[in-house]
Design a protein around this ligand. Structure first.
Ligand SMILES: CC(=O)N[C@@H](CCC[C@H](N)C(=O)O)C(=O)O
Length: 369
């Protein structure tokens, strides 16, 4: 039987991108089946999608209420720069701590099966949190409709807080996050004869200047973050193509949609004045994560004796757990991992200590008390 730390090392070394978590799914299946066999406990494993899995543990046959715990399982296309002995060499990285989330959930399963906890529980190992909205795909598969899920929980590690601190809030914890690509199509020309071309990069620049000048309500937070810009091929050719890849964060999808309309107005006017064409592509649309009032209160009561708890308010990070929180009363919390200098989530240096796993398992165990 593998312990949670050993599993974390294997998972960390073999990170896979969203909806490609084939090996990850196979490993989780194998090691969780081993636990069930060793403790002689019945579990059912559901695989409604090609990747990810749901472990059904139903010791109470006469009661149909379930608690759901969720961990995300996908990695990011980031080249790891840590010195870990279990470092990834495949060009992807668990730079958002999903290896730790999986190990914590595995550790919780180990505890539940070993102690034969008398509660019906679903453990969801969910694909594609970083993009693609795996949570929504799981919901749409209809698998949850077979169960009477009464409450759902998830955690996310972060080095924003010191190791062992729990940070959460009542209401909105994570922002809504909408992936947006904007492409500009112009016309190439010699760099010395710009009048013969339509400069797509200039259109992009003008667009961003106008976005900065938008007159928005200052009390309604909105963030248009751009992580990638592409334009031009040759030093002395006017670029005919430019692309922005970004993510829009706000406290509600409705507000983000209104903001996108404003972006479209800007694009239309640039099209008219500069003669470019444009295309907007919307990728995943994550709903904001809203913590249930009652679950929040219960959770604080349960963990306060053993953990330092901070009310952190909302963050502009996105999480597709928001879809689960929309369907069931839910509670998500941050688990601090910082021991030294903060490097931040999605950094090639993000590497929480192994012993955060034990702390995370304990936090989840408290929910089951
Ligand atoms: C916790 C965290 O870092 N979540 C990601 C979620 C990604 C959402 C989507 N890919 C987007 O960028 O809109 C985040 O970036 O906040």
């Amino acid at each position: 039987m593998l312990n949670a730390v050993e599993l974390r090392h294997i998972l960390h070394q073999n990170p896979e991108l969203g909806f490609q978590e084939i090996k990850t799914t196979a490993m989780l299946k194998k090691y969780i089946s081993n636990l069930a066999e060793a403790y002689e406990v019945d579990i059912k494993i559901h695989t409604p999608l090609k990747t990810g899995l749901i472990i059904e543990y139903s010791p109470l046959e006469n009661e149909n209420e379930y608690i759901l715990f969720r961990a995300d399982i996908d990695a990011l296309p980031i080249k790891e720069e840590t010195n870990a002995i279990f470092k990834s060499y495949n060009g992807n990285m668990h730079a958002c701590g999903h290896d730790v989330h999986m190990a914590i959930l595995y550790g919780l399963i180990d505890y539940v099966l070993k102690e034969k906890i008398q509660k019906n529980i679903l453990f969801l190992f969910q694909p594609a949190e970083e993009g693609g909205g795996g949570a929504l795909k799981i919901i749409e598969s209809g698998i949850f409709d077979k169960f009477n899920i009464k409450r759902a929980y998830a955690l996310h590690v972060t080095d924003e807080y010191e190791k062992g601190i729990i940070a959460t809030t009542e209401g909105i914890l994570f922002a809504s996050a909408v992936e947006i690509d904007i492409e500009f199509f112009g016309k190439k020309s010699h760099i010395a004869f710009p009048q013969d071309g339509i400069n797509a990069f200039n259109a992009l620049r003008t667009f961003l200047d106008n976005v900065d000048r938008l007159n928005l309500n200052p009390v309604e937070p909105i963030l248009f973050g751009i992580g990638k810009i592409k334009s031009g091929d040759v030093r002395n050719v006017i670029p005919s193509y430019a692309k922005i890849e970004g993510s829009i964060r706000s406290l509600s999808l409705e507000y983000t949609d209104k903001y996108i309309k404003k972006l479209e107005e800007i694009l239309k006017s640039i099209k008219q004045s500069m003669g470019i064409n444009y295309k907007i592509t919307i990728g995943s649309r994550y709903k904001e994560v809203i913590n249930n009032k009652k679950l929040y209160k219960d959770f604080i009561e349960k963990v306060s004796d053993d953990f330092k708890v901070i009310d952190c308010g909302y963050k502009m990070t996105g999480e597709d757990f928001g879809f689960i929180a929309e369907k069931y009363p839910s509670l998500m919390f941050w688990l601090g991992t910082r021991t030294n200098k903060r490097v931040g989530l999605h950094s090639p240096l993000f590497l929480p200590d192994d012993n955060i796993i034990e702390i995370g398992i304990k936090a989840f165990q408290k929910i089951l008390v």
